[in-house]
Design a protein around this ligand. Structure first.
Ligand SMILES: Nc1ncnc2c1ncn2[C@@H]1O[C@H](COP(=O)(O)OP(=O)(O)OP(=O)(O)O)[C@@H](O)[C@H]1O
Length: 266
């Protein structure tokens, strides 16, 4: 289990993550949503251990994050950042292999092939990473973090994804989130920052809606994805309707000229 209690992160005295608490159990897919600057990436970086909290605590499987050595932490949680820079001319497969190197493992050919087939990246495994399109690169980065958590293990593992679908076409967005959902059967929990509210509604078991560094709402899709909450947080007209074919909701944002009122706390 991943537990965060009252975590806080300050920049120049301003709390950009302000007393956030969350629990994430293996088998669960949680989405962090909220407007630009709400603190989503900062929260993910705190949970990843990349930023240190100024207050509060984070535990993975009952052990405080600061008590993990970096290789040990890499076995428990994998992180896909919003942007990944690679300065060397790596081939695609070599980039994916970097995920295993973070665990101190080399080889793992079968595992790498399985994950690359799953992420539809095997077909360009020998191409130079730098020559790929934005969406192809994003799928390779996903493969790199997936190899870190893919192998079955008794220990619960956690996959933290920061906007994993931002460069993907609609079909690949669904494919990536479907892969993330399938991990739920492997004793893995997934926490993803998502901008697409419909994607969050379709895949998340738990939604964390942030505004100005604080959790505004947290709960199931039905609880959080209500028009009154979304309109207040995004300060924009948003319709939420019942979905179809098992899709919980259809969230439709409206053009700015429909904005006839100010958005107050519901
Ligand atoms: N290192 C930093 N120094 C100064 N300000 C920072 C730093 N990191 C984040 N911030 C500020 O903290 C706030 C939250 O940033 P963060 O990147 O977490 O937001 P976000 O919700 O992920 O936004 P977006 O949707 O635009 O990616 C922003 O106002 C940002 O400018």
């Amino acid at each position: 289990m991943l537990e965060a209690k009252n975590i806080q992160y300050l920049v120049q005295g301003r709390a950009i993550v302000n007393k956030v608490s969350l629990d994430l159990k293996p088998g669960e897919f949680a989405a962090i949503v909220g407007p630009n600057g709400a603190g989503k990436s900062s929260l993910l970086k705190l949970l990843a251990g990349e930023y240190k909290v100024h207050a509060g605590e984070i535990k993975y499987n009952g052990k405080a994050i600061q008590n993990y050595r970096s290789k040990e932490l890499a076995k428990v949680r994998a992180v896909m950042p919003q942007h990944s820079q690679l300065t060397f001319p790596f081939k695609v497969k070599e980039v994916v292999e970097l995920g295993l190197l973070s665990l101190g493992i080399s080889g793992g050919e079968e595992l790498i092939e399985e994950v690359m087939i799953e992420t539809l990246t095997w077909e360009f495994k020998d191409r130079l990473y730098g020559a790929l399109s934005g969406g192809e690169k994003q799928r390779v980065q996903l493969a790199r973090v997936l190899v870190q958590v893919w192998a079955e293990s008794e220990q619960s593992k956690f996959l933290l994804l920061d906007e994993p679908t931002s460069s993907l076409d609609i079909a690949h967005q669904h494919q990536v989130l479907h892969i993330a959902s399938k991990l739920k059967t492997k004793n893995i929990a997934v926490l993803a920052v998502l901008h697409d509210l419909n994607m969050a509604a379709a895949y998340a078991d738990q939604v964390i809606l942030l505004k100005e560094g604080k959790v505004y709402q947290q709960g199931t899709v039905a609880e959080v994805m209500a028009s009154k909450h979304l309109e207040y947080v995004f300060e924009h007209p948003i319709l939420v309707r019942d979905g179809f074919d098992g899709m919980p909701h259809l969230i439709q944002s409206l053009p700015v000229y429909h904005q006839t009122h100010s958005f107050k706390i519901a």
